[in-house]
Design a binder for this molecule. Structure first.
Ligand code: SAM
Ligand code: SF4
Length: 423
């Protein structure tokens, strides 16, 4: 009998990439094998994102393409997960009749029931991850789903619902299992990992979870992503400073460098509080690298307000900046309250200015690393070069005849650029 094959199409953030890995694990438990390309698959899973209109349009375009594939191959199955799947599944089923199943991220029971109805023999208990398959050196582990913040521009709380933390034991068990299967690094994921635990009975915080994970034998490095600045406490900074396996990198989305814009975004902090936080973090954790997210062209953002954001980026000197042009999302507070009145050309221009500035800043920061010895956790090999990251999240490429996969290797930096280092 031919083994059925799956293909996973993913768009969006790290959370989605992590979720796709889990869906792949579950499909393998169901007896599927990975297909190298979509065209040779019997089943495709679209793991979707609707944070920006451009991403949603790509999802709809791909669903249109798949309608044609299904017409040619009626046995082809189309499954859709991610934040495109809202609570009105009936409407989605009506609008996209080519789709066999819409399921919310993490709803493996729905996936299992669908497989049962299709008459697929389930090889193992789908709720366990006990497959013997090896995993990547660096694994992503969701620890909190959803978001309670309702930043005015953001669709996430509407699509993914309120915050739900996974119990500590669950996370520790999963990480221990991933390490047994070959992982050396775990990145804990959530829209706001710093609100982890408030909804659990014993109300642990992220520091407590990291402290437990710091003791997992064989786990060399721990990362976490994303931290909402309003929830990063002094205790947390002290906690991570003292944990040897927790890496010196934090993603701290700023979004804007002007207090009126921050207020309209409902971010819950001021420019002054953000600067103070960065100062505290840098004082306590030497060598820490910082990443951030910025939105340009938020409704009403004036040239002066944008210039304040730019000046703040220049002043703080982040290691990485993800910049996005504001995109109005249905039902969000900003879309209901404000006109999207910054023109597409102005948004593009501001976006380019941020990218140009950041290339210069990151180029400068990285140039200081030339000649330095750094420790790299090797994640793979691309075109004959090994690659991996430093503890503070710099991507490094180097050559070696040895099998370096999964090893912590000390290398000396020979060449730098804003985006990667050669060693
Ligand atoms: N939870 C994180 C935080 O506190 O910022 C980030 C999660 S959000 C889904 C990822 C990034 O997408 C945000 O940091 C923001 O820069 C961007 N984003 C979200 N909504 C957006 C919108 N309507 N238009 C443009 N960018 C948006
Ligand atoms: Fe969206 Fe704000 Fe929640 Fe981040 S913290 S997911 S930007 S609502």
């Amino acid at each position: 009998m031919n083994v059925p094959k799956y293909y996973i199409w993913t768009i969006g953030c790290q959370m989605n990439k992590a979720e796709s890995q889990r869906v792949a694990d579950y499909l393998e438990v169901l007896g599927y094998k990975a297909a190298p390309v979509l065209q040779s698959a019997d089943l495709v899973v679209l793991n979707t994102c609707v944070v920006r209109q451009s991403a949603e349009s790509k999802v709809i375009g791909t669903l249109g393409y798949l309608k044609g594939v299904k017409y040619e191959k009626p046995d082809f199955s189309i499954l859709v997960t991610g934040c495109f799947v809202d609570s009105d599944v009936k409407r989605l089923e009506h609008n996209f009749p080519q789709v066999d199943l819409f399921f919310k991220p993490g709803d493996y029971i729905g996936l299992r029931n669908w497989a049962k109805e299709k008459g697929i023999d389930i090889l193992e208990d789908i709720t366990s991850l006990s497959s013997a398959k090896n995993v990547a050196v660096s694994a992503f582990v969701p620890i909190i789903q959803g978001c309670n913040n309702f930043c005015s521009y953001c669709i996430v709380p509407y699509r993914l619902g309120r915050e739900r933390s996974r119990p500590i034991e669950d996370v520790v068990r999963e990480v221990t299992e991933l390490v047994r299967r070959g992982a050396k690094e775990a990145t804990l994921l959530g829209q706001n990992v710093n609100s982890y635990g408030h909804d659990l009975p014993s109300q642990p915080d992220l520091g407590t979870l990291l402290t437990e994970l710091n003791c997992v034998e064989g786990l060399a490095r721990i990362r976490f992503l994303t931290s909402h600045p309003k929830d990063v406490t002094q205790k947390f900074i002290r906690d991570i400073a003292s944990l040897t396996n927790v890496c010196e990198y934090m993603n701290l989305p700023l979004q804007a460098g002007d207090n009126d814009v921050l207020k309209a975004m409902r971010r819950g902090y001021t420019v002054e509080q953000y600067r103070q936080l960065v100062g505290n973090i840098r004082n306590c954790i030497s060598g820490i690298a910082l990443g951030t997210d910025v939105i340009v062209g938020f409704p009403g953002e004036s040239e002066e307000q944008f210039e304040r954001t730019l000046a703040m980026l220049e002043d703080i000197r982040f290691d990485t900046v993800h910049v996005a042009a504001y995109s109005p999302r249905p039902n969000t507070i900003a879309a209901r309250k404000y006109d999207d009145n910054v023109s597409p050309d102005t948004k593009k221009e501001r976006l380019n200015k941020v990218e140009t500035l950041q290339a210069k800043v990151a180029g400068d920061i990285n140039s200081w690393l030339k000649g330095e010895k750094v420790e790299v956790l090797v994640e793979g090999n691309k075109s004959g070069k090994w690659y991996g990251r430093t503890r503070n999240n710099k991507l490094v490429f180097f050559e070696s005849d040895a099998d370096c996969l999964g090893q912590l290797v000390d290398v000396t930096i020979t060449k730098t650029s804003p985006w990667a280092l050669q060693a």
